[in-house]
Design a protein around this ligand. Structure first.
Ligand SMILES: CC(C)(COP(=O)(O)OP(=O)(O)OC[C@H]1O[C@@H](n2cnc3c(N)ncnc32)[C@H](O)[C@@H]1OP(=O)(O)O)[C@@H](O)C(=O)NCCC(=O)NCCS
Length: 164
């Protein structure tokens, strides 16, 4: 029996023209990850849009988008250089700057087709080309397998919520 073969979505580097898609995907990610009030997400959309525009413009972040054959953007992810403490782990980290992957999202019907994996790969390549030898991310435990399969291993980064 012949199976209908849908062409694989094409992954490309996003430009500032794609900001609205990137903000929408980021919001959709948070809607999956938690029960956040929509007013807070509305505010976050505006803040994230400015935050991302500044970083992409400055060349310290890159976003990758997967377009379906219809041209519809169906997945995206972002890599951004973050400033941590200077570390001796490798020469590129002596200044404490580390590429960090954020905002991973794939539309429901397009999941489990390897699209997020391809976006992660593009983020890693972007980082490697800039001389970095380590990439970090904050994984949701439910999807940790995605990152493990892409070669990430667990660290013991910890956090504590502070109550007023
Ligand atoms: C997480 C997400 C980005 C994965 O996108 P995707 O395009 O489906 O990922 P891939 O197809 O590249 O997945 C590759 C592998 O990762 C693992 N994986 C992906 N999604 C998973 C999930 N929801 N649960 C468990 N394992 C998952 C699987 O091992 C999968 O391989 P398989 O399909 O052969 O079993 C997508 O499910 C999503 O947008 N979820 C909601 C937002 C979110 O959780 N973002 C990540 C926050 S850290």
């Amino acid at each position: 029996m012949l199976h209908s073969m849908k062409p694989a979505p094409r992954v490309r580097q996003a430009s500032l023209k794609d900001l609205s898609v990137l903000v929408r995907h980021r919001r959709a990610m948070w809607e999956v990850l938690g029960d956040f009030p929509s007013r807070r997400l509305d505010r976050l959309d505006r803040i994230y849009r400015t935050w991302l525009r500044e970083r992409v413009s400055a060349g310290v972040a890159a976003a990758f988008i997967a377009d379906a054959s219809t041209g519809n953007p169906v997945a995206s992810g972002v890599v951004v250089l973050v400033r941590l403490d200077p570390s001796p782990r490798d020469p590129a980290h002596l200044n404490g700057v580390t590429p960090n992957i954020i905002s991973m999202f794939t539309d429901g019907p397009f999941r489990r087709r390897g699209i997020a994996t391809r976006i992660i790969r593009r983020c890693v390549t972007w980082s490697r080309r800039r001389g970095y030898r380590r990439v970090t991310l904050d994984a949701d435990p439910d999807v940790a397998a995605l990152y493990r399969k892409a070669g990430f291993s667990r660290t013991w980064w910890m956090s504590k919520a502070l109550r007023s």
